[in-house]
Design a protein around this ligand. Structure first.
Ligand SMILES: [Fe+2]
Ligand SMILES: [Fe+2]
Length: 178
């Protein structure tokens, strides 16, 4: 059993993960419209990954006999962004998520809620990896500047990364662009 306060904060995180999923689905759609199929697949992989994060917290709440409270999911931004702008927005978003996870850990510690603290450590580690991956891609994208050859090379690489995730069974390959 966790406190009502902790449960409410965990529910807010379920919502944030689902908002993240929606955010990346919008980017996947935009990238595909811009003929960046690999980038589109990579964002689609992130869409599934964020849903899995939400479900991990959902399961924790149920296992702790706490109420799951499904809240409204905010619409993602509709601006017409370039690949560079989408990756920049992704890094900023992941940093916000990291701050939210850290806030949850702070709260768990303040309540001496060891179960939630241990549960959240997986997310702490996950955020380090997510930020590092996005930073690395963004760094290379900045190097290319506006050169289309560089963008296409990176697009191919992102497509291969998404295919690896699909092969591991984490996403449904039929929803990726052909
Ligand atoms: Fe997440
Ligand atoms: Fe994420």
């Amino acid at each position: 059993m966790i406190s009502n306060d902790m449960a409410s904060r965990m529910n807010a995180q379920v919502n944030m993960e689902l908002c993240s999923a929606y955010f990346y689905l919008a980017f996947s759609s935009r990238a595909e419209s811009g003929s960046l199929k690999g980038t589109s697949s990579w964002f689609m992989a992130k869409y599934f990954e964020e849903q899995a994060h939400a479900m991990k917290i959902y399961r924790y709440l149920k296992d702790q006999d706490a109420d799951v409270e499904l809240r409204s999911i905010a619409a993602p931004p509709t601006d017409d962004l370039t690949a560079l702008q989408m990756l920049e927005a992704t890094l900023a978003h992941e940093r916000d998520v990291t701050a939210a996870i850290n806030g949850l850990v702070d709260h768990a510690l303040s309540e001496k809620d060891h179960a939630s603290n241990v549960f959240l450590q997986w997310f702490v580690t996950e955020q380090i990896e997510e930020e590092a991956t996005v930073s690395e891609i963004l760094g290379r994208l900045r190097l290319f500047g506006d050169r289309p050859e560089g963008l296409l090379m990176l697009d191919k690489e992102l497509g291969e990364m998404a295919a690896t995730v699909a092969q591991a069974g984490a996403i449904d390959p039929t929803v990726l662009s052909a």
